[in-house]
Design a binder for this molecule. Structure first.
Ligand code: ATP
Length: 290
């Protein structure tokens, strides 16, 4: 902000002018476009709640939040939630804090399990506008289990909606983000994820009461990488990374491209791949014109 020469005080206290500077400095063409964007955050835990706060502070238009859980004291080693919010649903507690930070964001809280039969339908309906297409610009997966990721994968394939997956390892020292664009990139069923590949049943792990480690640092970093990629995707600047890993022990950040599996088990994925291939000539023309 501007400094008053006499008093030395900051007179320009509008946080939005700092964001608009991204436009003046040529990083972003139209920053204000963010006010018309809608993002769904599924899972308001250690990564999702921080991602939601970042989007709120960036001035996102609408935020849809999903979680079935309540705030517990055991969550206090993560960022965002406060002890006095214990017992509240995570979505209500988040709405309380986020509306206080930026009242201009349209918040929708959905306290629900997305993996049950009714949950699946309600989740899909909340993302769908009249006519059947998606009403959001992006879905962020911040859940901690395979079933919930497969549900997001299925709903997004059906709606032809791009989403970003995120995850932090059980030992809390590494994580990743991954863009899933139906037909264009691998869907979540195309390539078996590590938990499945290594034969670990995470439901068994949970039932035996094995407590996964967690660090606010790793979760905050993954949330930051996720929202940075989100801003690039929504506002069209820089390069949107398809897969970005983070390994804290060696400060290693691998990136990669994961092509869809033509033999994917998911029929909707195979259909999206065929549609994507059919649009190939049009894309080539557009790329040549650009
Ligand atoms: P921990 O598992 O370590 O005790 P956590 O459950 O808060 O902590 P996080 O990784 O921090 O785990 O966050 C994941 C979030 O995703 C949780 O808040 C959880 O309630 C939510 N979540 C997981 N599965 C679903 C689902 N099927 N429907 C809605 N929310 C879900």
């Amino acid at each position: 902000g501007k400094i008053d020469k006499m008093s030395g005080e900051v007179v320009d206290s509008n946080p939005y002018s700092r964001l608009m500077a991204l436009q003046r400095m040529g990083i972003v063409k139209d920053y204000e476009a963010i006010r018309n964007k809608t993002v769904a955050v599924v899972g308001m835990g250690g990564v999702g709640s921080v991602a939601a706060e970042m989007l709120t502070r960036c001035g996102i238009g609408s935020l849809l939040m999903y979680d079935y859980d309540k705030v517990e004291l055991a969550n206090m080693n993560r960022l965002f939630f406060r002890p006095e919010q214990c017992g509240m649903t995570k979505t209500d507690a988040a709405a309380q804090t986020l509306s206080g930070i930026n009242p201009d964001v349209a918040l929708e809280s959905y306290t629900m399990n997305i993996t049950t039969l009714e949950g699946f339908d309600a989740f899909k309906a909340s993302l769908t506008k009249e006519g059947g297409s998606s009403r959001v610009d992006l879905v962020l997966s911040c859940v901690d289990n395979y079933e919930a990721r497969m549900t997001i994968n299925q709903v997004c394939l059906e709606l032809n909606q791009t989403w970003m997956e995120s995850g932090v390892s059980e030992d809390a020292v590494s994580g990743h983000i991954q863009v899933v664009a139906p037909g264009d990139t691998a869907c979540f069923a195309c390539v078996p994820p590590l938990v499945v590949a290594s034969g670990i049943d995470e439901r068994t792990l949970k039932r035996e009461g094995v407590c996964a480690a967690s660090l606010p640092t790793t979760m905050g970093i993954i949330a930051g990488l996720l929202v940075q990629n989100t801003l690039k995707y929504l506002l069209g600047f820089g390069q949107v990374t398809q897969y970005l890993g983070y390994s804290s022990l060696k400060d290693f950040f691998p990136t990669m491209q994961i092509k869809p599996n033509t033999g994917c088990d998911n029929a909707m994925c195979r259909r999206r791949q065929a549609e994507w291939a059919a649009r190939e000539p049009q894309r080539a023309v557009a790329a040549a014109a650009a």
